[in-house]
Design a protein around this ligand. Structure first.
Ligand code: COA
Length: 228
């Protein structure tokens, strides 16, 4: 058994549903984090909603109960629209690859991390490498990095990433690319430890224009000289 009762292996047919559920949980964390970051950096959209609500109350009456109610409603609408967006758009879009057949067909390689001992092992992490279609050189995109909450900060993502990068360097891959938002701080720290650098920064609007996201494209090349 490998260190800390964790082992890395390739994805198998029986893992399909478990991996999909785990990735779904990981993706569900992004919208609330992005919403919180939006409020911390610029509260323009919720501020405008709130301002309009307050105006309506003061024009129509000076009832402070109604004002309190409107404040709560504004917060609720902002949060509910995030959840709605997550469930109606982000998740179906992101998990589409799992609906149309076995995901491994779309991936060059896909690994899972299992934790446990003896005969009892459970999947607690995943990562995949997808061939980039617009590229003539052998370049791969790293996707589906996710570790279950209770198993974080135990080095599991690092082991998955090391496995993916070792595979890439052994197979003459020119570079490994990935995209993530600037609010995914744990992931950014993880990737920078492994030599990923920001190549492109894009501004994107999400959640009916309410969220302003910064999407980073990270890249690692020189895989043969990698030290970690
Ligand atoms: C990002 C994620 C995969 C990290 O998994 P993990 O198994 O906890 O990562 P590791 O234990 O291997 O951590 C490696 C390094 O990453 C950084 N890191 C990981 N989690 C961190 C956190 N919460 N805060 C700050 N740094 C963090 C640290 O530098 C850490 O090294 P250290 O523990 O020696 O300080 C995990 O938090 C996750 O699944 N998040 C949700 C999904 C996601 O964001 N996926 C990335 C999509 S691109």
């Amino acid at each position: 058994m490998s260190e800390c009762g964790v082992r890395i292996r390739e994805l198998e047919v029986g893992d399909y549903d478990q991996v999909k559920r785990m990735i779904k949980r990981g993706l569900s964390e992004h919208i609330p984090v992005a919403m919180k970051a939006q409020l911390q950096t610029s509260a323009a959209v919720p501020g405008i909603l709130l301002g309009l609500s307050v105006l309506v109350v003061f024009i129509t009456s000076l009832d402070f109960m109604s004002l309190a109610l409107l404040l709560c409603t504004t917060g609720f609408i902002f949060y509910a629209s995030g959840l709605l967006y997550l469930h109606l758009y982000t998740l179906p879009n992101e998990l589409e690859e799992f609906n149309s057949g076995w995901p491994i067909n779309r991936y060059e390689k896909f690994w899972v991390a299992e934790a446990g001992e003896g005969a009892r092992w459970q999947i607690v992490g995943s990562v995949g490498l997808r061939r980039m279609s617009d590229s003539s050189e052998y370049k791969l995109e790293l996707k589906r990095m996710s570790v279950e909450k209770n198993f974080r900060r135990k080095g599991i993502a690092s082991r998955l990433l090391r496995t993916a990068l070792d595979y890439s360097s052994e197979n003459d891959v020119k570079e490994v690319v990935l995209r993530l938002t600037s609010v995914q701080m744990p992931a950014i720290k993880l990737y920078s430890k492994f030599g990923f650098r920001t190549r492109r920064v894009e501004k994107q609007r999400s959640m009916f224009g309410m969220l302003h996201l910064t999407v980073l494209e990270l890249v690692v090349s020189d895989l043969s000289t990698r030290s970690m």
